[in-house]
Design a protein around this ligand. Structure first.
Ligand SMILES: O=C(O)Cc1cc(O)ccc1O
Ligand SMILES: [Fe+2]
Length: 485
């Protein structure tokens, strides 16, 4: 079964997967499926969603991820059976005055230049009073760029996170003193760890997400993120895509057929759990990202009190090594859309609000006369790229944990050294590319860039020069015809 062992879940009898690192954590599988899960046998009402008396005096709560009236095949909702309804968390939310990501996405700068960043190391450049050691996912996520407006449910935001501690950090005696919970009213989060795994706790269950995997936390689902590498002195770092419109979904497969790319069966969904409140006196704060800002309220009990659920509006994760790249390439370098993992459908047929694309280990063209790396190009879509591990065939100096941005119509392509190397390669054998895992968020939006992105010390000021050294060989060759031989 590869990374996850197939076992029979007790007591429901569903086929279920055990996490390869955390044997106590189980998942269901299958993108967009409807599942049901209970922490205690009998907690899930049978025969109806909202009985007058819910088993064990739990409260029924419906969470709608799509309008009630969306077509059946697109409709998403989950019924939660919880110790207290979410509405019972008293107190109003206060505006913390802070933007999630530390910057107002509406006030960024549009800049057409090609940009690159070395691996992001700290989150505290250009920020006040952020020492770093208490940075968790919520205060250690930095906005790079955004477009659109969550208030009209259209647009995206791209962030990097750099954290050193949990959202529920533990004292030396192992107990939790402060716990931070969050939900995002603005959109779906796609989290892509690059260094250090994440324990993503949600209302519906726990996902363990390692570099090489990603998870999606859809709009509104309460979560809290802990770090798997805490105490090692290492950073936990990764990338975040947020889509304000609809939801992320799998791309259509068209002529590819009914299998391939990210296969639905490899998407893993959590099973029900509830937080064991070892220290009920610990301070708990629930944050809401609403209109880009963080709103906060203190709560008395954990929101992770869902004892059973059923439905199809759920967080999930996927292991990118399972991606099935499509296949033999007779000649030419194929458009990267062939490596689309997930998409957020845009307003125009075939134009995504944002695609999530990877460049996985794969066979390149089998043709000796094909230039293997990406071609020089200009694209009406904006391309944000990051690197999970290894290198990228078109660029030297693009490093894991770093990023690049080629905005709408900004010319780019292989750097001069990569161009010369690939053009000189006789390509006698088909090549299997296995040197790295890069990804791209390809969006129809222009991104307004934050000061964090534009002025970060990791920004590579020299990047624009990587295409120096691509001389006019045509005229040179005509002046000295023998030199071209
Ligand atoms: O610019 C890039 O490196 C990303 C990219 C890769 C590719 O294989 C084809 C087009 C493209 O934009
Ligand atoms: Fe590109």
């Amino acid at each position: 079964m590869g990374d996850s062992e197939t076992i029979k879940q007790q007591p429901a009898g569903h086929v279920c997967h055990r996490d390869k690192h955390c044997p106590d954590i189980f998942y269901f599988s299958g993108f967009d499926n409807t599942f049901e899960s209970e922490t205690v046998e009998g907690a899930l009402p049978r025969g109806r969603n909202s009985p007058r008396k819910v088993p064990f005096d739990l409260y029924a709560e419906q969470m709608s991820g799509t309008a009630f009236t969306r077509p059946r095949h697109l409709n998403q909702r989950t019924w939660l059976y919880r110790k207290q309804p979410s509405a019972a968390f008293k107190h109003t939310f206060d505006d913390t005055g802070n933007f999630f990501g530390k910057a107002d996405p509406a006030r960024g700068t549009l800049d057409p230049n090609a940009m690159r960043w070395m691996p992001f190391e700290t989150s505290d450049e250009y920020q006040d009073g952020d020492s770093g050691s208490d940075t968790n996912f919520m205060n250690g996520t930095c906005l790079l760029g955004a477009s659109g407006d969550p208030a009209v449910k259209n647009g995206i935001a791209i962030y990097v996170y750099l954290c050193k501690t949990d959202m529920s950090p533990r004292d030396s005696d192992g107990s939790v003193t402060d716990s931070y919970y969050m939900y995002n009213s603005d959109g779906d989060f796609l989290l892509l760890p690059q260094e250090g795994g994440l324990e993503v706790r949600t209302e519906m269950g726990v996902l363990i997400v390692h570099p090489g995997e990603f998870c999606v936390i859809p709009r509104g689902i309460v979560f809290s993120i802990n770090l798997l590498n805490k105490g090692t002195g290492k950073l936990s770092r990764g990338y975040v895509l947020e889509v304000f419109k609809g939801h992320l979904t799998l791309p259509e497969l068209g002529p590819v057929g009914s299998n391939g790319l990210a296969n639905a069966r490899d998407f893993l969904y959590p099973t029900a759990w509830s937080e064991n409140e070892e220290k009920p006196t610990c301070n708990k704060t629930l944050y809401n990202k609403f209109g880009s800002k963080l709103w906060a309220k203190s709560i008395e009990t954990s929101p992770f009190n869902v004892m059973a659920w059923h439905g199809n509006y759920l967080p999930y994760k996927y292991d990118l090594s399972k991606f099935c790249a499509i296949n033999s390439v007779t000649y030419d370098h194929i458009d990267p859309s062939i490596y689309t993992v997930m998409t957020c459908v845009g307003d125009e047929t075939g134009t995504a609000l944002c695609d999530f694309v990877i460049f996985p280990p794969r066979w390149m063209s089998t043709d000796p006369d094909t230039f293997r790396p990406p071609w020089f190009h200009r694209n009406c879509m904006t391309e944000f790229m990051g690197l999970i591990w290894g290198g990228y065939d078109a660029k030297k100096g693009f490093l894991p944990g770093g990023a690049s941005l080629h905005s709408c119509m900004t010319p780019h392509g292989p750097d001069a050294a990569s161009y010369d190397k690939a053009a000189a390669d006789p390509c006698e054998q088909p090549t299997f590319f296995s040197q790295g895992l890069a990804f791209m968020f390809e969006t129809t939006c222009m991104l307004r860039l934050t000061d964090f992105a534009l002025n970060h010390k990791c920004r590579d000021a020299e990047y624009g020069f990587c295409w120096d050294g691509l001389p006019n060989r045509f005229d040179e060759g005509r002046k000295n015809p023998d030199d071209g031989e």
